[in-house]
Design a binder for this molecule. Structure first.
Ligand code: NDP
Ligand code: KPL
Length: 306
């Protein structure tokens, strides 16, 4: 099997480097700037679980000369439309697309472009960022990808993707509830990102401040209420874990959106926060904390673009 990883950034570069190190047939689709950087310095992962330095197979959009079995889509939401265009020649009738993006909006966009039958649901949990020299830096050691058919069924292609991904230095799991997993992950991430970005600190720093713990609780309450109003049930084990993780004293946990914001990089305000407000508004529901977070992020984004 051959995999095309679209985007050799924090997530695509991380999982792709692990797969390449485990001798899977991996190609990265990159744009010219990242191509030059990786050709010069290699693809470098710095991780508490062990560093990786490889010289991977790289192609640009114009060099795609055939279809791939798996496409792992690892771009930011604001780069999605152009990435779908750039990778189109790599998608054939048998190709499966696994998107690592956070949120849910991308699922509709990808389905519209390539058909829902090409798409598996996918959720990844990892904490990685790019440093100034383009190396991928992992915080902590958790690294897992879950994927599944959108209707929860088993299939031969799911089993084949699992065989390809497993035993490559990260956890790769089949999920028969992948859509719910994705919504739950979005719930966690939207609450975490809101807490980090509005309060400008890690979970531990926020809950140590006067009123911080209560704010974190109200943030999870509001995000989960919006998700439920949008029609998605959240499981009790998930909620118990979310409340625990997001109020954990001393926790250094931050979301990737916060790390991007602190580094002065572009963020996914619309996909991670704005889309929840759209869904709340469709149900005539007020979401005052999310509205505050969104406005805060928009001010940051506007300053970045000026
Ligand atoms: N980082 C994390 O810890 C986690 C992130 N996520 C989610 O994963 C998704 C990807 O995020 P992340 O990996 O962090 O983002 P990064 O910005 O680190 O990496 C994205 C990469 O995509 C590349 N890219 C963009 N457009 C194209 C294109 N048309 N063709 C080829 N490459 C392209 C960019 O390259 P270029 O240099 O050319 O701009 C960049 O290297 C996001 O939705 C994020 O929310 C999910 C879980 C954890
Ligand atoms: C859930 C979490 C926080 C870690 O994978 C994440 O997805 C992110 O930081 O973007």
């Amino acid at each position: 099997m051959r995999i095309l990883i679209v985007g050799a950034g924090s997530t695509g570069g991380f999982f792709g480097a692990k797969l390449a190190k485990a001798d899977r047939d991996v190609t990265f689709l990159v744009r010219p700037q990242r191509l030059r950087l990786i050709e010069q310095h290699g693809l470098c992962v710095r991780s508490p679980a062990g560093d990786i330095d490889i010289q991977p197979q790289l192609i640009t959009s114009a060099q795609i000369n055939g279809t791939f079995d798996i496409v792992l889509l690892a771009v930011k939401a604001y780069a999605l439309d152009s990435a779908l265009q750039d990778m189109a020649a790599a998608v054939g009738p048998e190709t499966v697309i696994l998107p690592l993006l956070n949120g849910m909006r991308h699922m509709d966009v990808i389905s519209e472009k390539f058909g829902a039958e090409r798409l598996l649901g996918c959720a990844c949990k990892v904490a990685t960022s790019l440093d100034e020299s383009g190396r991928i830096i992992q915080q902590g050691t958790f690294n897992d990808i879950s994927f599944g058919e959108l209707d929860g069924s088993d299939s031969d292609r799911l089993a084949a993707v699992h065989t390809f991904m497993r035993d490559a230095g990260f956890d790769a799991n089949i999920s028969n509830t992948i859509l719910r997993d994705m919504w739950e992950k979005w719930t966690l991430l939207a609450a975490m990102g809101s807490i980090n970005c509005l309060m400008r600190g890690s979970i531990g720093e926020v809950v140590a401040a006067a009123g911080g713990h209560e704010f974190a609780l109200r943030m999870i309450d509001e995000v989960s209420a919006v998700v439920r109003a949008a029609g998605q049930e959240l499981s009790e084990p998930f909620l118990t874990q979310a409340y625990r993780l997001l109020t954990l004293q001393g926790s250094p946990q931050t979301s990737s959106m916060y790390r991007d914001l602190v580094a002065g990089r572009a963020i996914e305000a619309d996909q991670i926060i704005g889309d929840l407000l759209v869904r709340a508004s469709a149900k005539n529901m007020e979401a005052p904390l999310l509205a505050l977070v969104y406005a805060h992020l928009l001010v940051y984004q506007a300053r970045l673009h000026n």
